[in-house]
Design a protein around this ligand. Structure first.
Ligand code: ZN
Length: 135
């Protein structure tokens, strides 16, 4: 298993982590398999979405803020219940296919770490599963 550090700079933001994951997959030498990404945090998440236009990531943050306002009368004493809810809505994990030794993503797709209670030093777990090339 690989641990990839992610530093976030704002309370809420989507960080494009695709190149870090591509590095791990490239060095592993697995021609065909699966890349499982897992976020071990309760106020952050992982998603795959458009990376060609950075406005999409900003709009996702804004859309989630409107969906789950931070000023509701939450019970949780930490004051970050909106972040917990957003993290569960997006989810802690993604699985991406590896083919030809590379991640298979759609033309416009990128992998994003979703921060909902930053800025913080975070980590994601990456597990690669697959077969070695047969000769
Ligand atoms: Zn909390």
């Amino acid at each position: 298993m690989h641990r990839i550090p992610v530093s976030t700079r704002r309370r809420e933001e989507l960080v494009d982590i695709t190149s870090s994951i591509e590095d791990v997959v490239g060095k592993a030498g697995i021609p065909s398999g699966l890349c499982v990404l897992y976020c071990p945090h309760t106020t952050a998440a992982i998603t795959v979405n458009e990376g060609a236009d950075p406005s999409v990531a900003e709009d996702m943050v804004m859309g989630l803020q409107r969906l789950i306002p931070g000023d509701w009368n939450f019970s949780h004493m930490e004051g970050n219940s909106d972040a917990h809810i957003k993290a569960s809505l997006i989810g802690p994990s993604e699985t991406v296919i590896i083919d030809g030794g590379k991640l298979v993503l759609g033309t416009w797709q990128r992998i994003f770490f979703c921060e909902f209670d930053g800025p913080r030093k975070r980590v994601i777990f990456v597990k690669l599963q697959g077969r070695e090339e047969t000769r």
